[in-house]
Design a protein around this ligand. Sequence first.
Ligand code: F3S
Length: 299
Amino acid sequence: MKEIILAKTAGFCFGVDRAVNMVDDLVGKGKKVATLGPIIHNQQVIDSLQRKGVRIIQTPQKAQPGETVVIRSHGISQKIYNELALTGSTIVDATCPYVAKIHRIVTEKSHEGGIILIAGDPSHPEVQGIVGHCPNGAFVFQNEQQLEQLVVDQGDFGGKDKFLVSQTTFNQQIFEKCLKTAKKVYTNLTIFDTICKATVLRQQEAMQLSKQVDLMVVIGGRQSSNTAKLGEICSQNCRTIVIETEAELSYEILKNANKIGVTAGASTPACIIKEVQTAMSEILNNIDAEDVSFEEALE
Ligand code: F3S
């Protein structure tokens, strides 16, 4: 009998849940709503919100009169806050409180003349938002090699105070390697481990689960970096597929796996996880039934 094990930490994190609920509440109150960028990296949720009339705008200037503009959980830079204020729109800030805390740290330390170092993906909106709260700029690195290159290029920044923060969804293992390097080479370094606990727990559970199963199914949007990271972690231990919906599952994918683990990124809604589980059970039941009839034929 084949077995499916669902990770306890799979799916929406607190910050995403909060942001999606804020949009839902506004829609429920009959407001005209626009989100500054997609509210989460999940196409199915976005399609559903668009059907309820929620628009996605890419810049504050695209806001229409009378519209309420929602800032998503990733947060935005100070410059975009200022531009939003100029539009006269009603602003609802769904920046995750954990991201807002990073904004406060880097704003304060950068104002005081400190050097801000960010472990993160420079193309990720959260990191761009954090950089945009550093009046004196920031240095971003994605891994140990890039940090080492930064040391080659900038040295110890003349011994100035340095403050290191991380993108909330940064990979814990890579972060720890970077910290070892940073502690070795920098003086006057203060570290703020701002990786979100939800992310750490989800990554740790995915790591452990992937060691116990033959196949990991990771559910999440193609644009979701935390989903991609879960896929990377699991693929170190077993065959891993990353899917957006149950439509990507097939008999071929599941047939050789006896134990299958399932996890999902922070922006994957519970209904999609449920649909995947149901589709998997149906496929696996068919495989079990075929195995039984094959054994009966041999008797
Ligand atoms: Fe916030 Fe953590 Fe989610 S930082 S948006 S609760 S992954």
